[in-house]
Design a protein around this ligand. Structure first.
Ligand SMILES: Cc1cc2nc3c(=O)[nH]c(=O)nc-3n(C[C@H](O)[C@H](O)[C@H](O)COP(=O)(O)OP(=O)(O)OC[C@H]3O[C@@H](n4cnc5c(N)ncnc54)[C@H](O)[C@@H]3O)c2cc1C
Length: 452
């Protein structure tokens, strides 16, 4: 399969040698995102360096009925940026850079291909703080964060990406540029296309620029690992911490034990029934811990006395060692009411272990925003077994009235389960929106909603 000579010639002429590669020149890295599930190389790689080039490239693809997959930093975990056979990939990597920081208004204007960490550093250098933060910060791009409405560890205090997005510029499948680089919080002028495109995972438009809200520098935070008997006292600590908390992460014992063992650490003399990592304003930490001990909610606590100690707490929670230890690790990302979490976690473990004896099943997550992650490694590996294990978990999510994707999106990997969280009427409305904005279905076809 290859591109028609007409189209490849026109794209090469539009984008130049740095902006166009095909055949053997297409890099391997375009094959898969961080889910490691992609297998196909795109027919060509388009790397536009301006919104005009994004628009021109899409117009050409639209005219030729050529399908396009959008690629940001490729850290996604839902397979949405993975090419399918016959697609070209459009990467935003060259459309990068912070254009402006408005120190009066507390906002930044930046291009979609800017890596999150670089955007954070630019904000810090200007005396401001960008509230979006996630573990993939060194590679993920602002455009990808917007396309997936990324969450992360600061959602409890600052909300999701959508909550920090003031304005957007994006290009529709036929090359039409929608520019609404709004700078104020208040803007009730018709349908909010910004929020429609945010979280649409590249199926409705390619994000090219954005205006993001910045915050004053946060007050210093204190961090503690608290040991509890089980999840209920953990929720009690959350109740005490909520007003001042900047992060709250619960770790079930199987998760905590595995990750501290892989890192060669032993944080508590006995393995606790639950461990929570709490970050609050520094001044609030000691009173919080005292109140927790007094109420019998906390059995033991470790307070970080240095940046290195704080990082050692986060290393356990970020679980990179676990990712490396299990190449076929299944990472699920669900949300459900806090009151249902303890029973849900127990039911997931027993359900998956009954079907796959010897599996590793562990639970952890942000909790305060309703988000839990499940990590599963099956003796049978991935494939059909993984799908069956996911089905066990997602059936329990549906029964608890939760969402099969709290943060990572639907992409390719969760399409089978969208109906567990969204009604037929809702998915029909989504299909109607997709058909209105991309009638030829050339942009990220088949992602989120599946084949039409
Ligand atoms: C270690 C690690 C930690 C993570 N932690 C979190 C976390 O805490 N919270 C969270 O929400 N996610 C997390 N993720 C998932 C991932 O980092 C986010 O989904 C991120 O927002 C994806 O950005 P990206 O630029 O890498 O996008 P990609 O992976 O390249 O693409 C993701 C989707 O967005 C589309 N897309 C990308 N750029 C654009 C654009 N400019 N316009 C339109 N569509 C576009 C793609 O087609 C694809 O469908 C984590 C991933 C890793 C590997």
């Amino acid at each position: 399969m290859s591109l028609s000579p007409d189209l490849s010639g026109a794209l090469a002429a539009l984008l130049g040698p740095q902006g166009y590669a095909s055949g053997a020149d297409v890099p391997e890295a375009t094959r898969t995102d961080a889910s490691r599930s992609g297998q196909v190389l795109p027919l060509a790689l388009l790397r536009p360096a301006s919104v005009q080039e994004v628009s021109g490239a899409l117009r050409l693809c639209h005219q030729h009925g050529q399908r396009v997959v959008v690629q940001g930093g490729m850290t996604g975990l839902a397979g949405g940026a993975n090419p399918m056979a016959g697609e070209v990939a459009l990467s935003l990597a060259r459309l990068r850079g912070v254009e402006e920081i408005d120190a009066e208004a507390g906002l930044m204007v930046l291009r979609a291909g800017t890596v999150l960490e670089q955007a954070q550093a630019a904000a810090e250098a200007a005396g401001w703080h960008l509230p979006i933060d996630l573990g993939a910060r060194g590679s993920c791009q602002i455009g990808g964060n917007i396309a997936t409405n990324a969450g992360g560890v600061r959602v409890i205090r600052h909300g999701m990406t959508r909550d920090n997005l003031l304005g957007i510029e994006a290009v529709l499948a036929d090359g039409t540029v929608l520019s609404h680089l709004n700078r104020s919080v208040k803007d009730n002028t018709g349908y909010d296309l910004r929020h429609l495109i945010c979280g649409s995972e590249g199926t409705l438009a390619v994000v090219t620029r954005a205006v993001l809200r910045l915050l004053q520098h946060p007050t210093p935070v204190g961090k503690a690992l608290c040991a509890q008997t089980d999840f209920t006292p953990g929720l009690g600590v959350l109740g005490l911490a909520r007003a001042g908390a900047t992060a709250f992460e619960a770790m079930w014992p199987e998760f905590f034990e595995l990750n501290q063992r892989l890192l060669g650490r032993e944080m508590f003399a006995d393995l606790p029934g639950m461990v929570v990592l709490v970050e609050t304003d520094e001044a609030a930490l000691t009173p919080l811990l005292e109140a927790g001990f007094e109420a019998g909610l906390i059995g033991d606590a470790l307070v970080a006395r240095s940046g290195a100690e704080a990082r050692s707490f986060w290393e356990i929670r970020e679980a990179y060692a676990m990712d490396r230890a299990f190449p076929d690790l299944i990472n699920l990302d669900v949300s459900l009411p806090q009151a249902a979490m303890a029973d849900f976690a127990a039911a997931c473990r027993s359900g998956v272990l009954a079907r796959f004896p010897g599996a590793h099943v562990s639970v952890f997550g942000h909790v305060a925003d309703g988000n839990l992650h499940l990590a599963m490694a099956l003796p049978e590996g991935g494939g059909a077994a993984a799908h069956a294990a996911e089905g066990i978990v997602y059936d329990l999510v549906r029964a608890a009235g939760g969402s099969v994707s709290a943060e990572h999106g639907i992409g390719m990997l969760k399409r089978d389960w969208l109906g567990h969280s969204r009604s037929a009427a809702e998915t029909d409305a989504m299909r109607a929106i997709k058909a209105a904005l991309d009638p030829s279905g050339i942009l990220n076809r088949g992602r989120v909603l599946g084949p039409s």
